[in-house]
Ligand binder design. Structure first.
Ligand SMILES: CC(C)(COP(=O)(O)OP(=O)(O)OC[C@H]1O[C@@H](n2cnc3c(N)ncnc32)[C@H](O)[C@@H]1OP(=O)(O)O)[C@@H](O)C(=O)NCCC(=O)NCCS
Length: 323
């Protein structure tokens, strides 16, 4: 059995924030953000939490797949900004969608900006083992709740959103080809604190753990990581770059991708890009870009598509889907 994408969907919060809007509250400007990153707008949540965005994206993916939602027996949410430390966001999604099949596996996975690729790789294994037959695979984030709006080098980059795939099983689909690697990060290159260890009987109420980043180190890592993931996938699948129709990368920064395209000598239009509209939505960015590309008619039968994630960990990962 191979996995098959049956439907896709995405959602973002109501509130759209332009670079000019940010410049009202942060010492920044549209020209700097656009030139350095390619980002023009992003959506930031006022009231939607991660599970709310995940549910909206999931409903659209279920509609796109035209399946009975009660057939779903697994919900996997990739997120680094869950609603709560427990229960997992996937359990909240199950409850909000009112899914009550005879057996149901739900869990969250935190692989930061590579999270959605790790989720696809996990679901592939669960489908092949026969443990899961129909899965909702979701990348969902409300990164706005961990942004430090006094740090202009990070606050302008990120946005909120969710993307979802319904993944079923198929006997004739070509198997997906995966690659993943990690370079355990001891340098706090891209990090957000967890609950502090204060010593027993000494916990402190309510401190927001902010996202922190060494921008240039991440940039250097990302350029190498995207190229490596693409080359490893080509090697494993015995395909050439010319045989790849689309590459859907994590939407961090347009300049990272133009460096890769130049180095690997392929045209930029092989990359699906929408960071201008959504910013960097971490684990949600790849499924949002896929679902938006599909709704624009850019994705067709018989295409070879590589999905590539990279980010905190430092993790980088790719999956080839031959439709
Ligand atoms: C974050 C990033 C855009 C910064 O670009 P950069 O060219 O490295 O910029 P620097 O950090 O060297 O800063 C250059 C100047 O811009 C300023 N600056 C930083 N953020 C700014 C902002 N939002 N607006 C205006 N100026 C800004 C800095 O203070 C610095 O000013 P100075 O020269 O007076 O000291 C870039 O490093 C990057 O894209 N890194 C990868 C980030 C990423 O993709 N993260 C997610 C991975 S999953």
């Amino acid at each position: 059995m191979s996995p098959k994408i049956l439907g896709v969907g995405y959602s973002v919060p109501d509130h759209r924030v332009t670079n000019q809007d940010l410049a009202q509250v942060i010492d920044t400007n549209d020209a700097w953000i656009t030139e350095r990153t390619g980002i023009k707008t992003r959506y930031l949540s006022n009231h939607e939490n991660t599970s709310d965005l995940a549910v909206m994206a999931a409903q659209r993916a279920i509609k796109d797949a035209q399946i009975d939602p009660q057939m779903i027996d697994c919900i996997l949410v990739a997120t680094l900004t869950p609603d709560a430390m427990m229960p997992c966001t996937a359990a909240l999604v199950q409850a909000k969608l009112n899914l009550n099949s005879q057996r149901m596996m739900v869990f969250d996975l935190n692989g930061a900006c590579s999270g959605f690729i790790l989720a696809l790789q996990t679901i592939d294994a669960l489908i092949q083992s026969g443990q899961v037959t129909m899965a909702l695979v979701i990348g969902a984030e409300t990164l706005s709740k961990i942004l430090d709006y006094s740090d202009r080098s990070t606050a302008v980059l990120f946005g909120d959103g969710a993307g979802a795939f319904v993944v079923g099983q198929d006997q004739i689909c070509k198997p997906w080809v995966h690659f993943v690697n990690t370079q355990g990060d001891t340098e706090q290159t891209l990090t957000t604190d967890g609950v502090e260890l204060n010593g027993s009987l000494r916990n402190i109420q309510g401190q927001t753990p902010y996202l922190r980043m060494k921008g240039q180190a991440v940039f250097r890592f990302a350029v190498k990581a995207v190229e490596d993931a693409i080359r490893q996938i080509l090697l494993k699948s015995n395909l050439s770059i010319e045989e790849i129709d689309l590459i859907i990368p994590h939407q961090a920064n347009a300049r990272i991708l133009s460096h890769v395209a130049e180095k690997m000598k392929f045209p930029m239009d092989k990359f699906v890009m929408n960071m201008d509209e959504f910013g960097n939505t971490s684990s949600a960015s790849i499924p949002i870009a896929y679902a938006q590309a599909k709704s624009k008619g850019l994705i067709h039968q018989d295409m070879n598509i590589i999905l590539v994630g990279f980010g905190a960990g430092l993790i980088w990962a790719g999956t080839l889907i031959e439709l």
